[in-house]
Design a protein around this ligand. Structure first.
Ligand SMILES: Cc1cc2nc3c(=O)[nH]c(=O)nc-3n(C[C@H](O)[C@H](O)[C@H](O)COP(=O)(O)O)c2cc1C
Length: 355
């Protein structure tokens, strides 16, 4: 018996499963494979310029006729605090010397929030789904995206945020629990108060809004999907499970770290980008956590940390890699995306009908 929800009906999905948008990790091949398998695939487009975005949408569209999701970040532009930047630069200098790298580069906005150029690409391509993380774009941009026929989703980490998104016209709320891998979508509630687990968050968001809710965070198999459907979610959004997919862009050292990870091996850290995000703890996070308050605002640290990440990649060590992962890392399986989706579907049926 197929599971039908408001979201599967609206998009014609066979399964209430969303592959999370994952900037730098999701690929057009991954999104298309998930959509072809009956779920909703997503591109992680936040860090792409308009040209690369158009290329990825065209590539995904050439690989699937089914709906897929295009995702953007809507962060505030940062303030460059020179004292913090100087302190952070001094902390990084020792690692730079160890890796034989030249001086620590200046902080910079290597990617910008959603803008007019990318809006134009979206309006031209009209993907079935457009989603936002870290808040919302300008109201008039959101209105044109809806008028173009795209279903709009956005992340909430509290009931307050979910209500604000619905009031602004978002049609589906992604309720992201504290277990989730990658960046916290928190945009309105103070971050320290927005640390609610998926099991507690989802039913409270479902009760607070009239629109469908997608549950995200710590869901790693069909038992978790059945659980959030029981809580009233219209679908489950899984990120970490799809990092392990054959079609993801995760390098071998990231896959190996994930394969060996347990439930207690992650922490939420600002150390890579300046914004709280859950990652597996490798050397840089372990050593630098006491100095986290020195990290510049999102996304300024990016260019300062990236040479270390690249040096680690060359040496094949995960020390400086942003190993984004949720707390259900142990449940991820290294399989082709179609096999992951099919397995999740079977497990969900079994879990829902176990009595
Ligand atoms: C590698 C990775 C990258 C992510 N990048 C994004 C992103 O670009 N946009 C977004 O909305 N969410 C992003 N997320 C968060 C996911 O949307 C989702 O909330 C999370 O993966 C769910 O928790 P799970 O990892 O335990 O499945 C990312 C998650 C991971 C693991």
């Amino acid at each position: 018996m197929a599971v039908r929800t408001a979201l599967t009906e609206r998009l014609g999905l066979e399964l209430p499963i969303v592959q999370a948008p994952m900037a730098g990790v999701a690929t057009p091949a991954l999104a298309a494979a998930v959509s072809n398998a009956g779920g909703l695939g997503s591109l992680g487009s936040a860090t792409l310029d308009a040209e690369a975005l158009a290329g990825q949408i065209a590539e995904a569209g050439s690989l699937t006729q089914r709906p897929f999701n295009v995702n953007f970040f809507c962060h505030e532009r940062p303030q460059d605090d020179q004292a913090r930047t100087a302190a952070f630069r001094a902390r990084l200098a020792g690692y730079y010397a160890e890796e034989n790298l030249a001086a620590v580069p200046d902080p910079g906005e290597s990617y910008l929030p959603f803008d007019e150029a990318r809006l134009a690409v979206v309006l031209e391509a009209r993907p079935a789904v457009v989603s936002f993380h870290f808040g919302l774009p300008r109201a008039e941009w959101l209105a044109t995206i809806r008028e173009a026929g795209c279903l709009t989703l956005a992340t909430a980490t509290t009931v307050e945020e979910a209500r604000a998104l619905e009031a602004a016209g978002i049609e589906v709320i992604v309720a992201q629990g504290w277990e989730a891998g990658g960046h916290r979508g928190t945009f309105r509630t103070p971050f320290e108060r927005a640390q609610v687990g998926t099991l507690a968050l989802v039913p409270q968001v479902v009760d607070a809004v009239a629109c469908p809710v997608v549950a995200a965070g710590g869901i790693g198999d069909g038992r978790g999907i059945a659980a959030v459907l029981t809580l009233g979610a219209a679908a489950a959004q899984l990120g970490t499970s799809f990092v392990a997919a054959a079609e993801s862009a995760a390098p071998a050292l990231y896959r190996a770290a994930l394969a060996g990870a347990g439930e207690a091996d992650t922490r939420v850290t600002r150390l890579f980008t300046g914004r709280p995000a859950r990652a597996l703890v490798a050397r840089y996070v372990a050593e630098m956590t006491p100095h986290e308050t020195e990290v510049p605002d999102y996304p300024l640290p990016g260019p300062m940390v990236r040479p270390l990440t690249e040096a680690g990649l060359k040496r094949g060590v995960p020390d400086f890699h942003p190993l984004w992962s949720g707390q259900a890392a142990r449940l991820a399986r290294a399989e082709p995306a179609a096999a992951i989706v099919a397995r999740l579907g079977r497990e969900t049926e079994a879990a829902l009908h176990r009595r």
